[in-house]
Ligand binder design. Structure first.
Ligand code: AMP
Length: 286
C-alpha cells in the first residue's frame, strides 16, 4: 500500500477509514475533507494545503465518480494514476487517502440519489443533465462516510460550489464549506485534470478561455457595462481560437441568474470544447 514511508496511507475500506477518523477526533483533531477524482495537480494540492493548515487530519478522497459522467462523456478515459497522486502528497502533513472502489461507494442495489435544483439547473445543468445529481450524491456519501468538520472545494468549479453549499444548508449538515481560489498555469490556463488530453496546439488555443475572462474585466474597467456587448466580445475571442462554445454567461454570483448591466456583482462563466476536450473556467468580473 505504501510505496515509500513518506507517502500517505491509502485506505480503501470504510471501517478502517472510520476507525482512523474516530481516533483523530478522540485526540481533539479537526477533520478536513478534500474530495477529488485523482489525477492530482497544483489546484488539488492548494485545497489539501488549506486543509492541513486548518485541520489536524485531512482526508483526501480519490474516487472517479461514475454517476457524475454522462453516457457520452470521458468516465472510461479519465486519467487515473494513484501512485503518482501519492507521490504528490508525500510530506504534505497529516493526510489520509481514502480511495474506495465503486462497489464500496455504490452498492450493487444502490437506488438513492440527491435531487438538486436551484443553482444546479442552468449552465452545466443544461449541458450535462444529471451531472450535479451525481456530484451531490457522491459528496453527501463522502460527507457521511468521513463526517468532516470542514470540506474544501475549488472555485474553478464555481457552479459546483453553489450546489454543494445549497445542499449543505438545505440538509443542515454540520460541515463548514471552504472555497479556495482557482490555481492557474503561469500563462493563465486553469489547472484541470483534463488538460492532459490537450495536444500542444490545443493547449495553446485553450488559452482563449482565460484570456476572454481577462478581456471581460478590461472591458468593464474601460466602462463597457452592457453584458450583451461583453459576452459578444468574449464569444468572438473563443471562436477565433476555434473553440466550440457551450456557454458564455455573465451571472449573479449567488443565483447564476443572467446579469444585463455590469453594475453589480457578476461572475463570468465559460464552458467550451477544444477538440474533444471540454473545459470550464470562471472569474468574478465585478
Ligand atoms: P476534481 O478532481 O476535478 O473533481 O476536483 C476536485 C476538487 O479540486 C474540486 O473541488 C475542484 O474544484 C478543485 N479544483 C480542480 N481544479 C482546480 C484549480 N485549478 N484550482 C483550484 N481548485 C481546483
Amino acid at each position: 500500500m505504501n510505496p515509500t514511508p513518506s507517502t500517505p496511507q491509502v485506505i480503501t475500506h470504510v471501517a478502517e477509514l472510520q476507525r482512523r477518523v474516530h481516533a483523530a477526533r478522540q485526540v481533539g483533531r479537526v477533520v478536513g475533507l478534500v474530495p477529488t477524482m485523482g489525477a492530482l495537480h497544483e489546484g488539488h494540492l492548494s485545497l489539501i494545503d488549506a486543509s492541513t493548515a486548518e485541520c489536524g487530519l485531512t482526508v483526501v478522497t480519490i474516487f472517479v465518480n461514475p454517476t457524475q459522467f454522462g453516457p457520452n462523456e470521458d468516465f472510461a478515459a479519465y486519467p487515473r494514476d494513484l501512485q503518482h497522486d501519492l507521490s504528490l502528497l508525500a510530506g504534505r502533513g497529516e493526510v489520509l487517502v481514502f480511495a474506495p472502489d465503486t462497489a464500496t461507494v455504490y452498492g450493487a442495489r444502490h437506488a438513492t440519489s440527491i435531487e438538486v435544483v436551484g443553482p444546479a439547473l442552468p449552465l452545466e445543468g443544461e449541458f450535462r443533465p444529471g451531472h450535479f445529481r451525481g456530484v451531490a450524491t457522491v459528496v453527501l456519501k463522502l460527507f457521511l462516510l468521513v463526517r468532516p468538520d470542514r470540506a474544501y472545494f475549488g472555485r474553478k468549479d464555481y457552479q459546483q460550489t453553489l450546489v454543494v453549499r445549497r445542499m449543505t444548508d438545505d440538509l443542515h449538515l454540520p460541515i463548514h464549506i471552504e472555497v479556495c481560489p482557482t490555481v492557474r498555469e503561469p500563462d493563465g490556463l486553469a489547472m484541470s485534470s483534463r488538460n492532459v488530453y490537450l495536444s500542444p496546439e490545443e493547449r495553446q488555443r485553450a488559452l482563449a478561455i482565460s484570456q476572454s475572462l481577462l478581456m471581460a474585466k478590461h472591458l468593464i474597467a474601460g466602462g463597457t457595462l452592457d453584458a450583451a456587448t461583453v459576452t459578444a466580445r468574449m464569444r468572438e475571442r473563443l471562436t477565433a481560437a476555434d473553440l466550440k462554445i457551450d456557454y458564455v454567461a455573465l451571472a449573479d454570483p449567488d443565483t447564476l441568474e443572467g446579469v444585463a448591466t455590469l453594475d453589480r456583482p457578476t461572475v463570468a462563466l465559460i464552458a467550451a470544447r477544444v477538440g474533444q476536450t471540454r473545459l470550464i473556467d470562471n472569474e468574478r468580473i465585478v
